[in-house]
Each structure stands twice: as C-alpha cells, then as structure tokens.
Design a protein. Structure first.
Length: 287
C-alpha cells in the first residue's frame, strides 16, 4: 500500500474520506465552491479552443512588439499548476514561450543572492515565460519544512516586493497566480497520482509529509499574501477544485489584461469572478 493510500485509510479525518467518496459521483468536495457541478467536457473544449486562438494572437503580438511577459504559478501541491501551464503553451511556439521549473538549489546557488538564479530565466524581448513554482518557495514550502531560517524569510519579504517592482518598472508584465484547492480534493488527487504509474513521478517526499501540515501551509499562505500582494504586482487567486474552470480562468485573466492586436472580446473577456480574483476577494478553500 502506498503512503498516500495508507494515510487515507488510517489517518484521514472521516469528513475528508466522505468528501473523497463524493468525488467519485462527480460532486464537489468543498461546500464553499460557488458552482454546483464540474464544468462539462464539451463546454470546456469549446471555450478552450477559442482561447487557444487568442493565445496564438497574443504570442504574435508579443513577438512583434518585443513585450516581455512572466507568469508565476504557485499553489498547494496538486493544485493544478502544471496542467494550467500546459493549456497555455499547447499551441504556442516554444521558441518564444518557455517553462521554468527549477530543481532544488545547488550548494553554489544556496550561497548566492536568493533571487539570483531566477533572474537568468526572466523573459527577453518577445518572450513569454511560465514559472512552475518560483521564488515564492521561500514564502511557503521553505517555511513549512524549515528549509530556511526566520532571518532569511524576513529578508525575502523585504526584498520580494522591491524585486517585483523593479521587474514591472522595467517593462515586464508580471502575473502571479495562486491556485487553491480544498484538503479533500488535494488528497483525492494525491491518491490518483499514486495509483497511476504514469503520474507517480509527480509525488515527492514533500507531498507525503505535507498531508499533516495543512494548517501550517494555510498560515504561510496568508502571511505571503499579506506581505507580497501589492498594487504593482498583485496576486490573482483561483479556486481550482474544478481543473477545467481553473484553466479557463487563468487564461482569461491574462488575455483580458493585455491589449494585444486582434483580441476577440467574446473569448478573451475577464474570468469568472466567483472563482478568480484578488487575494482576499477569493476565499482560500476550506480544510
């Protein structure tokens, strides 16, 4: 029996077990989610196809104008960050759209300025860069697991807004997404990964250890929003219990914010405000 399954069978609260059973009937796990049903595949495919055309238009405009766009995707484990990024990039030219997913820092990198290893991956003229996790590891994961000191985190919180202010003032369009899911939905996704040999690589020792640290994560997330959400570089929070709606919302949040040539307003309108909005306006999923 895998570690996730063992946790589920022996230690998960009864409320979590019942919620996961509801998932099998396609009902939502978090009572606070604003939609009663998951998005149907036919409607999802139709909307995603239209948005893919808009993303190709966006990339053509970025290349023609020399614009620089950086998108940061953060969230709890199994929140759907990688899946959302793939829906952005599936039809983009990889020569102008890069995904950055850095491994843990090397000994050399640990001795450098914390932001240094991210700078080399920032977008150049005509590029769109997607960060699958980012410098915000220090704000949440490193705090929860003690991978940094309190002093290092204080320096991070002092420097992060200034760092992002420099990026934006230099002309980079910066989007920061936090994908949030309920605890039962997260565990359900962990179980699915553990049982699928093609997706087991997505599980790490950190995932196993995080199962009992939900409250620690919540406290770290709230502090991160309080100290790094700014007018220059605000957070956009997306309720991601429904992966399909979350992906559509993320794409629309970007398309609707950029005045690219040939934008089709019927497709590239602002995202669903019930699941996508500013930090504080969209509640974090319940435990």
């Amino acid at each position: 029996m895998g570690e996730i399954r063992n946790y589920f069978e022996k230690r998960a609260p009864n409320s979590i077990r019942k919620a996961i059973q509801l998932a099998k009937s396609n009902e939502f796990l978090d009572a606070g989610y604003p939609h009663p049903d998951r998005m149907k595949k036919k409607a999802y495919d139709r909307e995603l196809d239209a948005l893919q055309i808009e993303l190709v238009k966006l990339q053509s405009w970025v290349k023609a104008t020399g614009e620089r766009i950086a998108l940061v995707f953060e969230g709890r484990d199994a929140a759907g960050k990688g899946g959302a990024i793939r829906r952005f990039t599936m039809n983009l030219n990889p020569r102008g759209a890069r995904i950055v997913a850095l491994a843990k820092p090397s000994d050399t990198e640990r001795g450098q300025w914390y932001f240094q290893r991210y700078i080399q991956h920032l977008p150049g003229p005509g590029e769109i860069v997607f960060f699958d996790r980012s410098w915000y590891n220090r704000a949440v994961v490193e705090r929860v697991f003690g991978f940094c000191t309190d002093a290092e985190r204080e320096i991070f919180f002092h420097q992060a807004p200034e760092f992002e202010d420099m990026l934006v003032n230099d002309g980079i369009r910066l989007f920061k997404f936090w994908l949030t899911v309920g605890r039962a939905e997260q565990l359900s996704r962990f179980l699915a990964r553990e049982e699928d040999p093609l997706r087991q690589w997505k599980l790490s020792p950190i995932d196993y250890q995080s199962l009992d640290r939900w409250s620690d994560y919540s406290a770290a997330i709230e502090e991160m929003f309080r100290r790094t959400d700014s007018g220059v570089a605000p957070w956009t929070v997306i309720r991601a219990d429904d992966k399909r709606r979350a992906r559509i919302a993320a794409i629309r949040a970007v398309l609707s914010a950029i005045p690219y040539s040939g934008r089709t307003e019927d497709a590239a309108h602002p995202p669903d405000p019930a699941i996508c909005g500013a930090a504080g306006a969209i509640p974090l999923a319940t435990p």
